[in-house]
Design a protein around this ligand. Structure first.
Ligand code: PMM
Length: 290
């Protein structure tokens, strides 16, 4: 079954998707405490400069976030989150970037869209804020609906998916999110799904979901985003002496991008753009010549 590309997005991105190329979403975390790059770009100036660097390196989309969702992370207020992300989004959108806002809050999402964001990226799929889905319907922008359970404090204990297993469990729970979105008037073409690697998943479950990229895409009928970058489950594929260091997981991240792209992912969300940019192009050439 052909899967419609997410819309509305600029023609250049739609064309890349139509040509079978997976998009690269570069991460701009305006946070002091993200697990992988916390504190490196935590002022407006540093974050905007980092965004420009990622664009120059080949990012198709910039994902701007102001609150870490790593296990056990301290929550920030909506006011502080907005203070962190809005000026960065405004500056990057004005410069022509396609920006997504990584937020759990409907209010931040709406303000980000007003500041120029074209995509709302919600790692809770709407479970953290009951207003989120209505906010997406009102904004009419693309919505990345990620699978999660619990919250950052509890998610590591919520990995029981029963006898049917994690892939069927995530599929069923994402289907519930899709029907909730439908009930408030969000159009199917606005939606991208994401299995939420590392969110309420054991390491083995994250690998199983990564390996199920193609299945999720066809069973849910929506484009899939994969966020594997620097996550703990990649430690098993990283040289043992360095595996505890998230920055040492970039080579494994690049391999996951090639695999996800070969499996038809719409986009990969990554911290380091250059190698992942090449990885998704390698996968599309491989698919083209297969
Ligand atoms: N992972 C993180 C943050 N945002 N968004 C989506 N859609 N998918 C993900 O897997 C995802 C995300 C955690 O990583 P970070 O703290 O390094 O940004």
């Amino acid at each position: 079954m052909p899967i419609t590309a997410p819309a509305p997005l600029p023609q250049a991105l739609a064309a890349a998707s139509a040509a079978g190329r997976t998009l690269v979403m570069g991460v701009v975390n305006v946070t002091p405490d993200s697990f992988s790059d916390g504190g490196r770009w935590d002022t407006t100036e540093l974050a905007v400069a980092h965004g420009h660097q990622l664009l120059a390196q080949g990012a198709d989309i910039l994902d701007v976030g102001g609150q870490s969702t790593r296990p056990g992370a301290d929550p920030v207020t909506g006011r502080e989150e907005s203070r962190r992300v809005l000026p960065v989004i405004e500056a990057l959108a004005k410069a022509g970037a396609v920006v997504s806002v990584d937020t759990l809050r409907a209010e931040t999402a709406a303000a980000a869209v007003a500041a120029g964001a074209q995509i709302i990226n919600d790692v809770s799929g709407g479970l953290a804020d009951p207003e989120m889905h209505r906010s997406v319907a009102a904004a009419g922008v693309v919505y990345i609906c990620q699978h999660w359970r619990g919250d950052p404090a509890t998610m590591d204990a919520l990995t029981d998916y029963g006898a049917a297993g994690v892939v069927a469990g995530v599929e069923a729970e994402l289907r519930e999110r899709l029907s909730e979105l439908d009930s408030v008037g969000v159009r199917p073409e606005q939606i991208v799904v994401d299995p939420g690697l590392g969110f309420a998943k054991t390491h083995a479950q994250s690998w199983q979901l990564l390996a199920a990229t193609e299945r999720l895409r066809s069973s849910l009928g929506r484009p899939v985003l994969i966020g594997a970058s620097r996550k703990r489950f990649l430690a098993a594929a990283t040289v043992p002496e360095a595996a505890a260091d998230p920055l040492a997981r970039d080579a494994a991240t690049t391999a996951t991008s090639a695999l996800a792209a070969a499996a038809g992912a719409w986009a990969v969300r990554v911290h380091e753009v250059p190698a992942n940019r090449d990885a998704v192009r390698t996968a599309s050439l491989w698919k083209e010549h297969r």
